[in-house]
Structure formats: structure tokens, C-alpha cells
Write a protein that binds this ligand. Structure first.
Ligand code: PLP
Length: 383
């Protein structure tokens, strides 16, 4: 990695081969089709490049949160089926249909809105019915699912491709909630049989479900964070050997000796216990490196791990390298591997008092993304 005059030395490196490898391992494990979730800029990895690579590697379907994300994918030439997982607003429904995006229908009222929009356009809408089995977010409760499913199956303008629910506690293999949610979901699905309607694709499993609860795999799985090689929770069991795809790297921009007793950064919250060498890294909370990592984060320089000291600023923070040496432009790894040392996003998130999801999706567009791997792709789909 060289620093050119105009390129920011701080960057996110995304290893596309690792994402493809993770998809392969998930598929081998579940043996049902996979809808890879690429919402929130593909968990910070870059929506379009990741989606292209997943499509080139045979992903069955993609899932996003909002219609805007789906439209961005269609505009980028992504052709695989795309389900928008979030709740829908009436005025946006035509956009789903025009862009060939699958719609989550989460109430009878929304179903009516979709029907009206589809009829007005003269095109059938492809929908997945959302059942709420315990998340209490969106969806029709499983105990009210009968009339909902009956109304939907009678619709002339909605093609029911799927029926799904979302697990609230699957990150923890020991939580009893998942079995209960599965039972409620299957109970709701039984309405299709009761009214002799064809059973659509039943899907329930997020990454936690994929890892811990084989019974939830059903007809399709919806892993997100696992595709990127990250475990959903410290309690999760790594039953699939995925590898992290994202690294966050920067370079030393300043070196100094801080004398014993002097404080570092805003608020003077960290005091040098003795004369020590401190380097400055040009990255901060304005990029999504959490301020909560003040005196808690770690940085790798020359294959050694050093502590972040003092408050993380908007654009910079400081690292205490003790009596070690470092020079301006030396590589600093904040997430990922350097030599034999590594910083996992799971550990960093827990040091920041949050989860890897929030840390990854918080890494914003001020940091350029660079893609590695993916060369095996045909030219037309290469990233
Ligand atoms: C985000 C999301 C997923 C993926 O969750 P992970 O924990 O990242 O696997 C699956 N389904 C729905 C409905 C979601 O909102």
C-alpha cells in the first residue's frame, strides 16, 4: 500500500475472496439457499462491490433494509432477487415494483396498499409476509396470522414468494426464546396448509440461527454479519469457520516524546506515568472510530499491540508505544492483522461497549474502501 498525494492513508481494505469463502462455508453448512444481507452499506464493507461479488459467486438472493438500497443495487446492474426487509411506506410502493424489488408485507393494511399500487401499475408485486413471533418490531403476530395469510393468498396482485419472521435471541445458543419463536412461526405457516394454499419459502434464520439452530434453516437463511466473517455475539459458537473480510488501516502521522506527568488529548484524561513515546494516528470518531475507544482501543504497529491513550478526537487519536520505535508513515492497523498480531472487530466493539454491527456500520464514507481479491471473476462482473 503506497501513499499517493491525493489518497488518504487511512483506508478500509475489504478482502472479497474471504466474503466468497464465507458464503461457500455457510452454504455447505446449511444446505438451503442463502439470502445474503447487504443492508447498511454491506455492514460497512461497501454495498455495490460486495453485492456484485456475492452475485458472481452464486448467492441466491440479497436482502437490504430500505428501498433506496435496493434501487442502488438495481442501478448498479445487480439482477438477483432482492428482498427489502424493512417496513414500507405507501408512497414508496410503486418504486419497489418498478425496480423489481421484493416487498415485506407486515399487515393487512400494507397488503391493501401494495395491491392498490400493483393494480395501478398493472404489474404483480412479489411479497414476503412478515410474521411477528417475538421481536415486536414489524409483522403480524402469529396468533393473528390466519386472516392475514388468507387475505394475502386471495390477492390477485400479490405473488406470495415467502413468509418469514425474525429471531430476537439467536446470537446466544442457550437462549430458550428461539425454540419458542420457531414453534410460533411453524404454527403460523400451518395456515397455508389449512387453506390448501401452496407453501411459500419459509425463512427465519439470521446469523445466530445459521450458527446455532439448524431447525430454523427451513427453506432459506438470511445471514448478515456472518457473511463478513464476524460473530454476532461474544456468546456465539463458531460452528462455521468464517474469516473476517474487513481491515481498517492508517499510518503514523506524528511522533513525539510525552514527558512524565503531561496529559494527552481533550480533557487531560490520560497522564503519562513516565517519559514515553506517543504517535498520532489520523483517524477519529468523524470516521466512525468510536470515541468510546478513548484509552480503550488498541493499535498494531510493527506487529505489536499498543494502547490508544486519551480521548479519541474527531480526526485523530494518540497511541502510546512506550520505548518502541515508530516513524511517520509507518502502517497502523486498527482492525485486522499485522504480522502475528491481530485486532478482531468483536474485541474492539466490546472494548467500546458496543457490538460489531454498530462499529462496522459506523465506519463511514470519509474512509476510502479498497478491494482485494475477486480476480477470478469474469471481466463483466469484476469489481
Ligand atoms: C439484519 C437482518 C438479518 C441479518 O442479521 P445478522 O444478525 O447480521 O445475520 C436477517 N434478517 C432480518 C430481518 C434482518 O433485519
Amino acid at each position: 500500500m503506497s501513499v499517493s498525494a491525493t489518497e488518504r492513508p487511512t483506508r478500509i481494505l475489504v478482502d472479497l475472496d474471504r466474503i466468497a469463502g464465507n458464503l461457500q462455508r455457510i452454504r455447505a453448512h446449511v444446505r438451503v439457499p442463502v439470502m445474503a444481507i447487504v443492508k447498511a452499506n454491506a455492514y460497512g464493507h461497501g454495498l455495490v462491490p460486495v453485492a456484485r461479488h456475492l452475485q458472481a459467486n452464486g448467492v441466491d438472493q440479497l436482502g437490504v433494509a430500505f428501498v433506496e438500497e435496493g434501487i442502488a443495487l438495481r442501478r448498479a446492474g445487480i439482477t438477483v432477487p432482492i428482498l427489502v426487509l424493512g417496513g414500507i411506506f405507501g408512497p414508496q410502493i410503486a418504486q419497489f415494483i418498478v425496480h423489481d424489488l421484493e416487498i415485506t408485507v407486515s399487515s393487512v393494511e400494507k397488503l391493501r396498499q401494495v395491491e392498490a399500487a400493483a393494480q395501478a401499475l398493472g404489474r404483480r408485486a412479489v411479497v414476503h409476509l412478515k410474521i411477528d413471533t417475538g421481536m415486536e418490531r414489524i409483522g403480524v403476530h402469529e396468533y393473528s396470522a390466519g386472516p392475514f395469510i388468507e387475505t394475502a393468498t386471495a390477492s390477485r396482485w400479490c405473488e406470495i414468494k415467502g413468509v418469514y419472521s425474525h429471531l430476537a435471541c439467536a446470537d446466544d445458543p442457550d437462549a430458550p426464546m428461539t425454540a419458542l419463536q420457531l414453534e410460533r412461526f411453524l404454527d403460523a405457516c400451518a395456515h397455508f396448509d389449512r387453506i390448501c394454499a401452496p407453501m411459500p419459502l419459509r425463512h427465519l434464520a439470521n446469523s445466530g440461527g445459521v450458527l446455532h439452530f439448524p431447525d430454523t434453516h427451513l427453506d432459506l437463511v438470511r445471514p448478515g454479519i456472518l457473511v463478513y466473517g464476524v460473530m454476532p455475539d461474544p456468546a456465539s459458537r463458531p460452528t462455521i469457520a468464517v474469516e473476517p473480510a474487513l481491515s481498517l488501516v492508517s499510518r503514523v502521522v506524528y511522533f513525539k516524546v510525552v514527558r512524565a506527568g503531561r496529559t494527552v488529548s481533550y480533557g487531560g484524561s490520560w497522564t503519562a506515568p513516565s517519559d514515553t513515546r506517543v504517535v498520532t494516528v489520523p483517524l477519529g470518531y468523524g470516521d466512525g472510530y468510536p470515541r468510546a475507544l478513548s484509552s480503550r482501543g488498541r493499535a498494531l504497529i510493527h506487529g505489536q499491540s499498543y494502547p490508544v491513550v486519551g480521548r479519541v478526537c474527531m480526526d485523530q487519536f494518540m497511541v502510546d508505544i512506550g520505548s518502541s520505535s515508530a516513524w511517520n508513515e509507518d502502517e497502523v492497523v486498527l482492525i485486522g492483522r499485522q504480522g502475528d498480531a491481530s485486532i478482531r472487530v468483536e474485541a474492539l466493539a466490546s472494548a467500546a461497549g458496543t457490538i460489531p454491527y454498530e462499529l462496522l456500520t459506523g465506519l463511514n464514507d470519509r474512509i476510502p474502501r479498497e478491494y482485494i481479491g475477486g480476480q477470478a471473476l469474469p471481466a463483466a462482473t469484476a469489481v
